[in-house]
Design a protein around this ligand. Structure first.
Ligand code: 9YT
Length: 133
Protein backbone atom coordinates (compact mmCIF):
# COMPACT_ATOMS: atom_id res chain seq x y z
CA UNK A 1 0.00 0.00 0.00
CA UNK A 2 1.10 3.53 -0.70
CA UNK A 3 0.59 6.21 1.93
CA UNK A 4 1.78 9.71 1.13
CA UNK A 5 1.23 13.15 2.66
CA UNK A 6 0.90 16.42 0.74
CA UNK A 7 3.11 18.05 3.37
CA UNK A 8 5.92 15.54 2.72
CA UNK A 9 5.99 15.26 -1.10
CA UNK A 10 9.40 14.86 -2.74
CA UNK A 11 10.44 17.68 -5.15
CA UNK A 12 9.88 15.59 -8.32
CA UNK A 13 6.19 15.38 -7.41
CA UNK A 14 5.71 19.17 -7.42
CA UNK A 15 5.51 21.02 -10.74
CA UNK A 16 4.70 24.65 -11.36
CA UNK A 17 3.24 26.22 -14.49
CA UNK A 18 2.63 29.95 -15.09
CA UNK A 19 -0.89 29.78 -13.73
CA UNK A 20 -0.83 26.68 -11.51
CA UNK A 21 1.12 24.55 -9.11
CA UNK A 22 0.51 20.82 -9.06
CA UNK A 23 1.32 18.36 -6.30
CA UNK A 24 1.33 14.84 -7.74
CA UNK A 25 0.26 12.43 -5.02
CA UNK A 26 0.20 9.40 -7.33
CA UNK A 27 2.32 9.16 -10.51
CA UNK A 28 2.95 6.65 -13.29
CA UNK A 29 5.72 4.86 -11.44
CA UNK A 30 3.32 4.02 -8.63
CA UNK A 31 1.79 1.55 -11.15
CA UNK A 32 -1.85 2.42 -10.42
CA UNK A 33 -2.86 3.08 -14.03
CA UNK A 34 -3.76 6.73 -13.30
CA UNK A 35 -2.19 9.71 -11.59
CA UNK A 36 -3.79 11.88 -8.88
CA UNK A 37 -2.85 15.52 -8.41
CA UNK A 38 -3.76 18.24 -5.93
CA UNK A 39 -3.53 21.33 -8.11
CA UNK A 40 -3.82 25.02 -7.22
CA UNK A 41 -4.96 27.33 -10.03
CA UNK A 42 -3.88 30.91 -9.35
CA UNK A 43 -6.55 33.59 -8.91
CA UNK A 44 -7.34 35.78 -11.92
CA UNK A 45 -5.62 33.46 -14.43
CA UNK A 46 -6.62 31.88 -17.71
CA UNK A 47 -5.13 28.55 -18.86
CA UNK A 48 -5.57 26.99 -22.28
CA UNK A 49 -5.40 23.20 -22.01
CA UNK A 50 -5.93 20.47 -24.55
CA UNK A 51 -5.02 17.00 -23.31
CA UNK A 52 -5.08 15.22 -26.66
CA UNK A 53 -3.28 12.16 -25.27
CA UNK A 54 -4.89 11.92 -21.82
CA UNK A 55 -8.30 11.75 -20.22
CA UNK A 56 -8.52 14.05 -17.21
CA UNK A 57 -11.18 14.43 -14.52
CA UNK A 58 -10.98 17.58 -12.40
CA UNK A 59 -12.83 17.89 -9.10
CA UNK A 60 -12.93 21.38 -7.61
CA UNK A 61 -12.78 21.34 -3.82
CA UNK A 62 -12.13 25.05 -3.23
CA UNK A 63 -12.56 28.37 -5.04
CA UNK A 64 -14.53 29.42 -8.11
CA UNK A 65 -14.02 29.86 -11.83
CA UNK A 66 -15.21 28.55 -15.16
CA UNK A 67 -14.27 26.23 -17.99
CA UNK A 68 -14.99 27.10 -21.63
CA UNK A 69 -15.08 24.55 -24.43
CA UNK A 70 -13.11 26.12 -27.28
CA UNK A 71 -15.06 24.40 -30.06
CA UNK A 72 -18.57 25.40 -28.99
CA UNK A 73 -17.89 28.37 -26.71
CA UNK A 74 -20.03 26.66 -24.06
CA UNK A 75 -18.99 27.79 -20.57
CA UNK A 76 -19.58 26.07 -17.23
CA UNK A 77 -19.26 27.51 -13.74
CA UNK A 78 -16.80 25.48 -11.67
CA UNK A 79 -16.91 25.77 -7.90
CA UNK A 80 -16.33 23.60 -4.85
CA UNK A 81 -18.22 20.35 -5.36
CA UNK A 82 -18.12 20.46 -9.19
CA UNK A 83 -16.28 17.88 -11.30
CA UNK A 84 -15.58 18.13 -15.02
CA UNK A 85 -14.33 15.14 -16.99
CA UNK A 86 -12.71 15.73 -20.37
CA UNK A 87 -14.08 12.56 -21.94
CA UNK A 88 -13.66 13.89 -25.48
CA UNK A 89 -10.09 15.16 -24.97
CA UNK A 90 -11.81 18.53 -25.08
CA UNK A 91 -9.90 21.68 -25.97
CA UNK A 92 -10.73 24.08 -23.12
CA UNK A 93 -9.90 27.27 -21.27
CA UNK A 94 -9.89 27.27 -17.48
CA UNK A 95 -10.46 30.64 -15.81
CA UNK A 96 -9.99 31.13 -12.07
CA UNK A 97 -11.96 34.02 -10.56
CA UNK A 98 -10.58 33.01 -7.18
CA UNK A 99 -7.75 30.66 -6.34
CA UNK A 100 -9.04 27.17 -7.07
CA UNK A 101 -7.98 23.86 -5.59
CA UNK A 102 -8.53 20.89 -7.85
CA UNK A 103 -8.10 17.15 -7.49
CA UNK A 104 -7.08 15.92 -10.96
CA UNK A 105 -6.94 12.34 -12.20
CA UNK A 106 -5.08 11.50 -15.43
CA UNK A 107 -5.37 8.37 -17.56
CA UNK A 108 -2.80 7.37 -18.73
CA UNK A 109 -0.95 8.53 -15.63
CA UNK A 110 1.56 11.36 -15.79
CA UNK A 111 5.19 10.41 -15.27
CA UNK A 112 5.92 13.80 -13.73
CA UNK A 113 8.41 15.07 -16.31
CA UNK A 114 5.82 16.24 -18.88
CA UNK A 115 5.67 19.84 -19.95
CA UNK A 116 2.71 21.38 -21.79
CA UNK A 117 3.27 21.76 -25.52
CA UNK A 118 2.22 25.00 -27.29
CA UNK A 119 -1.03 23.19 -28.15
CA UNK A 120 -1.83 22.66 -24.44
CA UNK A 121 -1.19 18.90 -24.55
CA UNK A 122 1.17 16.67 -22.57
CA UNK A 123 3.13 13.89 -24.29
CA UNK A 124 2.67 10.32 -23.01
CA UNK A 125 5.87 9.23 -21.25
CA UNK A 126 7.00 5.71 -20.29
CA UNK A 127 8.30 4.63 -16.87
CA UNK A 128 11.71 6.14 -17.68
CA UNK A 129 10.20 9.45 -18.79
CA UNK A 130 10.75 8.83 -22.52
CA UNK A 131 8.02 9.66 -25.07
CA UNK A 132 5.83 6.73 -26.20
CA UNK A 133 4.86 6.52 -29.86
C1 9YT B 1 -6.70 21.52 -14.26
C2 9YT B 1 -5.42 21.29 -14.97
O1 9YT B 1 -5.30 20.45 -15.83
N1 9YT B 1 -4.41 22.08 -14.61
C3 9YT B 1 -3.10 22.01 -15.19
C4 9YT B 1 -2.13 21.20 -14.36
C5 9YT B 1 -2.46 19.73 -14.30
N2 9YT B 1 -3.53 19.46 -13.40
C6 9YT B 1 -1.23 18.98 -13.82
O2 9YT B 1 -0.27 18.89 -14.58
O3 9YT B 1 -1.23 18.50 -12.70
Amino acid sequence: MIVRKLSELEPHRVTEGKTWISRRLVLRNDQMGYSVHDTIIKAGTETHLHYKNHLEAVYCIQGKGSVELVESGETFVIEAGTIYALDQNDDHILRAEEEMRMVCVFNPPLHGKETHGPDGAYPVLDDDGNPIG
